[in-house]
Every structure is written in C-alpha cells, then in structure tokens.
Write a protein that binds this ligand. Structure first.
Ligand code: CAA
Length: 283
C-alpha cells in the first residue's frame, strides 16, 4: 500500500519531531493535539529545528519551506480520518491512548494503517481495542527525532505482512533504519536503556556518586553522548518511570523496580527539562 498522507496525534516532543521528518520526506502531514498552544509551539519548534538544519547545510531553504507547507494542524482528531497512516504520539498512558483510538477508529478509511509511537506498552493489547488489529503496529521513534537514525518497528500478534512492509517503506523514505522488535514490555531500546537509567538513579540514591560524577563517568568512561541522568531529564522523568513500571509489571522481576528517588522526583513534579527541574536545574 502506497502511503502519501500521515496523521500524527500529539504535538509534544515526539509528535513534533515525527511531523518534522515526515514533512521533510515529502508526506502530507496533519498534526493534531487537544491544545492550540501545543500546536502553535510545535510549529514554532519545527521551524526552528528546520532552520538549524538549513544553517548546518543539512537541507536547503526550499526544502525547509516545502516541509513547513506540508504540515496542517487541527484540534479535531477526526480530521485524520482521510490519512493513509496514523501515528499516535500522545502521552505514555494506556488509558489515554485507548481513548484516542476509540474516538478515531470510526472515522478512518478501512485501509488506513494505525500505529503507536509507544515506548513500552503492549502493541497487541492496544490493537485489540481497535477494529483493525491486522493493520496496527508499533512505530517507535527516538528523541530527538530529526537526529536519531533508529525506528523500532513492533508487530502485534495479528499484524499482517502488508502493514509491516508499508511501515518499513516509510522508515526507509524517512532515511532512517528500522529494527524489528517482538511485542514484549518496552521492546528492545527501552528494555536495555531504562534499567541503565534506573541504575544511575540508584547510584545517586545510594550516595555512590553525585549527579555530575555519574554523568561524567558514563560520558567519558563509556562514550555515551549524554550521561544517564542528563538523558533521563531529556526524555522526561515521568516517561522513564512509566516505562520502568511497564517493565516491572509486565516481566514481574524485581530487577526492574523503579528507584524510589525517581518516584519521588516525579511526585514532586520534577520531570526534567520540560518542567525546568529534574536531576539538573534548568531555571
Ligand atoms: N532537530 C534538528 N536537528 C537537531 C536537533 C533537533 N531537535 N537536535 C540536535 N540537532 C542536530 C544539531 O543541529 C547538530 O547537527 P549537525 O550534526 O548537522 O551539526 C547535531 O544534531 C548535534 O547537535 P548539537 O551539536 O547541538 O549537540 P550534541 O552534539 O550535544 O548532540 C544530541 C545533541 C544529538 C541530543 C546528543 O546529545 C545525543 O545523541 N544524545 C543522546 C540522545 C539519545 O540517547 N536519544 C534516545 C533517547 S531514548 C528514546 O528516545 C526512546 C524512548 O522511548 C524514551
């Protein structure tokens, strides 16, 4: 199936990055969110990030302008009904995602492929709440989307080959590389990454190191571009906690127990960069 138009649900840090790369690759994009402010902020950020790519000679000004012209925004979820592919990138909470699919599904064309950018939730379970489990997949981008090369593709138990092939073709057209994961809690990237971040929080909690010494250790000692605590702030501590909870609940192993300090930060509303306070202070 040929994909020409892509609908994106959620204009947060993942949704706006996904809109950016899809528009740049020539897809017609419709971006929706419940908040007009979020849509305006997303368009602003996409413009800034495209400008940055122009300044660094990654793209030319004509490509930037064409990409911006391909992005439509709407507050009405059902405006995505005519899209060939929908990528849901709302908050990482299963009830929110399910409510979106329930509202959206009656308005979709029968052939529309429905996907979720979830970083951890069962694709099979999300798919089972829709009318098209065979046309449902996990389509998981990494942050920052315009920079990171990987897309994790996750097949639910019922996903058909045609749907998988169509999604793989989209990844290729975006100039990214797909890695296919089986549908188990947190798939591959976050199954490996989040326990490392959680262990870094334990290392801080137990007083083994400070925020900066832990991050310096992993940057200079393991060549990571960001230290684990800086990366946790970048991803969002609420998202990190949500993923640890999915691993803990889904795999029933105490090795995935979220660090109490991570829980406390989230309870305090210290969510990382987005709330201007996490392991670092951005105020
Ligand atoms: N849009 C467009 N371009 C961007 C960008 C954005 N949002 N952010 C950075 N860039 C570009 C810069 O323009 C620069 O481009 P050039 O190579 O053309 O010069 C390049 O990316 C590097 O950026 P900077 O020089 O500003 O900064 P940096 O070298 O410190 O890199 C970083 C920044 C790319 C974020 C790097 O620190 C990094 O790779 N960090 C790790 C990120 C990571 O691990 N992400 C995965 C998180 S896990 C996840 O996303 C899954 C999940 O479900 C939670």
């Amino acid at each position: 199936m040929e994909i020409a138009s892509i609908g994106i649900v959620g204009a947060g840090q993942m949704g706006n990055g996904i809109a950016h790369v899809c528009a740049l690759a020539g897809y017609d994009v419709t971006l929706t969110d419940v908040s007009k402010d979020a849509l305006d902020a997303a368009l602003d950020l996409i413009g800034q990030n495209l400008d940055r790519q122009v300044q660094r000679d990654r793209i030319d000004a004509a490509a930037r302008d064409a990409a911006l012209a391909r992005i439509a925004t709407t507050l009405t979820l059902t405006d995505l009904g005519a899209c060939d592919l929908v990528i849901e990138a709302a908050t990482e909470r299963e009830t929110i995602k399910q409510a979106i699919f329930e509202d959206l599904v009656p308005h979709l064309k029968p052939e529309t492929i429905l996907t979720s950018n979830t970083s951890s939730i069962s694709i099979t379970r999300l798919a089972s709440r829709t009318d098209r489990p065979e046309k449902f997949m996990g389509f998981h981008f990494m942050n920052p989307v315009p920079v990171m090369q990987l897309v994790e593709l996750i097949r639910g138990i019922a996903t058909d080959d045609e749907t998988y092939a169509a999604c793989q073709a989209v990844v290729e057209r975006l100039g990214k590389t797909a890695a296919t994961a089986e549908d188990f809690p947190a798939f591959m990237v976050n199954r490996i990454l989040m326990p490392m971040i959680n262990e870094a929080v334990y290392t801080l909690y137990e007083g083994v190191g400070t925020v900066t010494s832990i991050d310096t250790s992993m940057k200079l000692g393991a060549n990571h571009p960001m230290g684990p605590l800086e990366l946790a702030d970048f991803i969002g501590l609420d998202t990190c906690l949500a993923i640890m909870n999915v691993l803990h609940d889904g795999l029933a192993d105490t090795k995935y127990r979220p660090c109490p300090l991570l829980v406390k930060y989230v309870e305090a509303g210290w969510l990382g960069r987005k709330s201007l306070r996490g392991f670092y202070d951005y105020r």
